[in-house]
Ligand binder design. Sequence first.
Ligand SMILES: Cc1ncc(COP(=O)(O)O)c(C=O)c1O
Length: 365
Amino acid sequence: MPIKFKSYLQAKAGYKGGKSKPTVPDGKKIYKLSSNENMLGSSPKAIAAIQAQLSNLSEYPDHNDERFRLALQEFYGGLLRANQFITTNSGVANIELILRGFLEEGTECIFSNPAFGPYRGFPKKMGATSIDVPLIGDTFQLDVNGILNAVNKKTRLVFVTNPNNPTGTHLPKAHIDALVNGLPDHVVLIYDEVYYQYVQARDYVRALPYVLAGKNVIGINSFSKAYGLAGLRVGYSYSTPRIAEYLQQLRIPFMIDSLSMTGAIAALKDTEFIQQTVQLIHKEKAYLYAAFDQMGVKYWKTQANFILIKPLIDSKEFEALALEEGIMVRPADNFGAPGCVRVTIGTRAANDAFINAWKKILSAG
Ligand SMILES: Cc1ncc(COP(=O)(O)O)c(C=O)c1O
């Protein structure tokens, strides 16, 4: 008898992340503005804690994540209890764990293009179907009625990313309220807020108030962005005790390695580093807006640490030409934003290098 492969795992549903630096030509200064990393590096508190932990690598890490969940409880000022967190080795692993918990063959989930790749691709790995209810208008707003109309008995999850990747735009509280209140009880809202630290919009809302109100909402977070720990691979989510305790069963023992857990717990206390990071992003995004306006570049105002732009040439060609100038950017076509490119907001030196590269590409074209 032949091996029984799952039919839905035959199709490619993987998420291909951004290119790493070593894959680009050697010998020149490269600014990696393609993966929304922290241009200031990593939380110094996390690095110090990791260094102190290095001599202990012969020992297994904590068997479970209780220490981490207690640190998160403290970070949330006791508003959320330790049993409301699900910690994983990365934000994407958290998304995958949640999908494993709720999806199976014949079920459906709803996402809104342009969207972060895993929300479109990962459900297929569980045999589920992803329904796209695209964001609407040039401001990429949520089609709340479209989503509510697309919900049926098979729907298990709805995905919302706020601020959104790759657009950088945010969804106002009023729309999230309407969505949360309109969803039937059998549907869980996955609310991705991994860029929340950067938000300036006053009508922004996190997942927290909905979770506190007992709604079926899960807030997704990552240490890869503002904490500058993308290489560690740590993420967490929070929800109602009922949902979180259900999902915690899917964690494996020793899931988060000792360096990562120690680093993440220390990072939670590094408010100074978060402040510096956020200040840099706010200052530099204003600097980039001014330069873009002067050059007549089409871009979208952002609430995150990256900007979506629309070059006049093909996005892949722009990516290649920018790389020749030492700048890595990310074409957003695969995220559902055809012809657009996503660029991380960097330090002044990186942003100037990007502006100069753009001018060079423009003048050559
Ligand atoms: C919207 C969004 N969610 C989740 C993640 C996951 O981040 P990580 O897996 O690095 O924790 C990312 C990373 O780019 C993201 O942009």
